[in-house]
Design a protein around this ligand. Structure first.
Ligand code: SF4
Length: 247
């Protein structure tokens, strides 16, 4: 074993055959710990890093290897998401480096609310970044996440500077993230990033609500409906009008 394989991290869980976090069939690692408090979070049990399960990179890679043939035939690979993976940059970097040694594609799903300096080395080993920009209006962003928008914009600009292939993800929540100026502002900002391959408009859902209740957290979106097909189409159209590839 080399040093990378001995590095430990704290994870929430893994999923062996994910299909929604990057291209193809993916082994998805959910890291533990997140500095955001998104109102719609479907993994609120990922919040506190100290609640994670300790695992070595070597143990993870051994598990990942079992699915190598699925990655090859589907154009898939490994996605590290969370929580916020960049709370554990050494761990994620080591996973990605070991994946690359085995010819496995790597994707990082992040909010971009991170110390850029700590993220840079991780990004060197990420083939793709899934960047969640949860709103463009700073006040809406803060209402949704409890943190400020600017670090995420700085992160997005850095990804453009290094020309890192990036997918932007935007969760559409009726009466929260759907105001036209919010979507239009985001579309214009993203249109200026030449590294962005596509935008994913993700409809709000309540699948994590029961976890909030189990954890005794106050779920404020109880009365919020999932977005209608018309609203999804309208918001997607705003991105398309700005020349973006939307899915
Ligand atoms: S960034 Fe993701 S894991 Fe963190 S609170 Fe928001 S939705 Fe939940």
């Amino acid at each position: 074993m080399n040093d990378n394989n001995l590095i430990t991290g704290l994870i929430h869980s893994t999923e062996s055959c994910g299909t929604v976090d990057g291209p193809g069939i993916r082994f998805v690692v959910f890291t533990q710990g997140c500095p955001l408090r998104c109102l719609y979070c479907h993994n609120p049990d990922c919040r506190h890093i100290e609640n994670g399960k300790k695992i070595t990179v070597g143990e993870l890679i051994e598990e990942i290897e079992k699915y190598h043939s699925y990655f090859d035939y589907s154009g898939g690979g490994v996605t590290v998401t969370g929580g916020e993976p960049l709370m554990q940059p050494e761990f994620v970097k080591a996973i990605f480096q070991e994946c690359h040694k085995k010819g496995i594609h790597t994707a990082l799903d992040t909010s971009g609310y991170v110390q850029l300096n700590q993220a840079k080395e991780v990004l060197e080993s990420a083939d793709l970044v899934l960047l969640d920009i949860k709103s463009y209006d700073p006040e809406i962003y803060r209402r949704v996440t409890s943190v400020s928008l600017q670090p995420t914009l700085d992160f997005a600009n850095y990804l453009a500077k290094i020309n890192k292939p990036t997918w932007i993800r935007f969760v559409l929540v009726p009466n929260l993230t759907d105001p036209d100026h919010n979507v239009q502002g985001l579309a214009e900002f993203v249109a200026g990033l030449k590294n962005v391959e596509k935008v994913e408009v993700l409809p709000f859902h309540k699948m994590g609500e029961y976890k909030w209740e189990q954890l005794g957290y106050d779920y404020q979106l109880k009365d919020t409906q999932t977005p209608s097909p018309e609203l999804i189409a309208k918001v997607s159209e705003i991105f398309k009008r700005n020349g973006l590839n939307v899915q």
